[in-house]
Design a protein. Structure first.
Length: 490
């Protein structure tokens, strides 16, 4: 529910957001004051707020970068992380109360490792404080396993056993097909951690047919207020949270480690490191293309996504702090870390918060402690990549609590179903929408592109992941329009 603060009050009203943007906070100016709430849908329920989206809102929807302060709805703002908003008779004003700073790193490798271990174990202890059932989201990767190790160690001191949950898909391990980045299924590594730590574990095994269902898509789009187009990655997360909520109220999760310790593969690709642009966009779309091929021909030049991406990239780069005398390589590494912490992590945190809170589950993120962020940001890149391994500092800090097989596991992204029935199920739904030629979705998604995506054989497409992404984006846009009826200011 939205609340309203009035400018007629004799004293000022203040709102503050946490440093890294773990919890969202939106506001909207009215003639008499300011509406605020944790979700856009709360503000949209107020009669003063129109569900209208202009060109900048559409750019935010399609770009894939979360611009601090931007909300897709016209007139609405999101309070930036680490910001304070003051409302009084003079109006509404934002100011920043914290930011990452560049400082010399004076610790040797052993002291650096010990410092990270101390910070992380302390953050985990703090996040475990609760008077409701707690658990941990376990993926079998380094990040969640490190948190699990420190959490299990803390709870054992109180005679408690850590409860863990993981997500998997029916037949996923048996039919897993590795590629350059998805090198191994999660389940065997999850069970290695469970055995090592003796956790009370539950595997949540999902069915691909349910993941493709319109009802779960509707619930995910409704939870996020956005047509993100992440498909089964959102759907499986929502179903996982729903299952966990039946047994726990608070869950710990490993978000933030890749952004702070340089875990993504594009941190370590020489060409991508030197390419101008948000690296996660360049990695997904190619080094020169940052547009969306499915945009209608009349809309694409108006939005000019490549130009918008370049503008936002320059803006973000200019905000990166630096030390005098830093080498170009260290400066570039600092830029990449800052880009992820300020333009990528907040979107991931909002996704986790919105999907979890939609079912009444509170997810806590121990890595997203500002003390950890400050320290990791100033660790020399040579330590982050010691022995030619990504996240070397974190691996060293977790070596006492994580089994060796997981400690040395390569980064693997959040799992996607590889069930062969998933994409055909999406295509059938797109074909159903194509029978309604007047639907507003075709103002945002080229009809010919949708038709091609709906009818091509999944194994015949030259880029299967691009086909899948296009289908998911189309269906999310369609669902979002049906749910919110936005007025598109094209």
């Amino acid at each position: 529910m939205a609340k309203e603060a009035s400018t007629r009050a004799e004293t000022s009203t203040r709102m503050v957001r946490d440093r890294l943007g773990i919890k969202p906070l939106y506001y909207y100016r009215t003639p008499h004051g300011l509406l605020f709430g944790s979700e856009p849908k709360a503000l949209l329920a107020h009669p003063s707020v129109e569900a209208a989206v202009d060109h900048d809102g559409l750019r935010e929807i399609f770009l894939g970068v979360k611009t601090p302060g931007a909300a897709i709805w016209r007139g609405m703002r999101e309070l930036r992380p680490a910001s304070l908003l003051t409302l009084d008779r003079r109006g509404a004003r934002e100011r920043t109360y914290w930011s990452l700073t560049a400082r010399p790193h004076t610790e040797d490798p052993d002291a650096t490792t010990a410092h990270v271990e101390e910070l992380l174990s302390g953050s985990v202890r703090e996040q475990l404080v609760a008077d409701v059932p707690r658990c941990l989201l376990l993926s079998g990767g380094l990040d969640s396993s490190a948190i699990a190790g420190f959490a299990a160690d803390t709870l054992s001191g109180y005679g408690e056993r850590l409860r863990t949950f993981s997500v998997d898909f029916q037949g996923h391990t048996d039919h897993f097909t590795p590629d350059h980045h998805n090198v191994s299924p999660d389940a065997p590594h999850v069970h290695e951690v469970v055995k090592h730590l003796d956790t009370d574990h539950t595997d949540i095994v999902l069915d691909a047919g349910d993941l493709a269902g319109p009802d779960v898509r509707r619930a995910a789009v409704r939870a996020r207020d956005l047509p993100i187009g992440r498909g089964d990655m959102d759907h499986s997360l929502l179903q996982l949270f729903t299952a966990i909520r039946e047994q726990s109220t608070v869950a710990l999760s490993g978000e933030g480690a890749d952004e702070m310790f340089g875990g993504y593969w594009w941190f370590h690709d020489p060409a991508l490191r030197e390419t101008a642009g948000f690296p996660w966009l360049t990695a997904a779309l190619g080094r020169t293309r940052q547009e969306r091929a499915f945009l209608p021909a009349d809309l694409a030049p108006i939005l000019d996504l490549p130009g918008y991406a370049a503008y936002r990239y320059r803006e973000a780069l200019a905000a990166t702090p630096a030390l005098d005398g830093e080498s170009p390589a260290q400066r570039r590494s600092r830029e990449l870390l800052h880009l992820h912490l300020t333009r990528s992590l907040t979107g991931m945190l909002e996704r986790k918060d919105r999907l979890s809170m939609a079912v009444g589950l509170e997810v806590r993120v121990p890595f997203c402690d500002h003390r950890i962020a400050e320290h990791a940001f100033n660790v020399p890149w040579s330590l982050h990549t010691a022995q030619n391994r990504e996240k070397s500092v974190l691996r060293a800090a977790a070596r006492h609590v994580v089994p060796d097989g997981v400690l040395m596991r390569r980064k693997s992204p959040y799992p996607m179903t590889q069930d062969r029935h998933y994409v055909p199920a999406l295509q059938r739904q797109v074909r159903d929408v194509l029978t309604d030629p007047d639907h507003q979705v075709f103002a945002l998604f080229d009809r010919a592109a949708a038709t091609r995506a709906a009818h091509v054989g999944p194994t015949d497409h030259p880029r299967p992941q691009a086909l899948r992404a296009a289908l998911e984006k189309f269906l999310d846009l369609h669902t979002w329009i049906d749910l919110y009826g936005p007025r598109l200011l094209l």
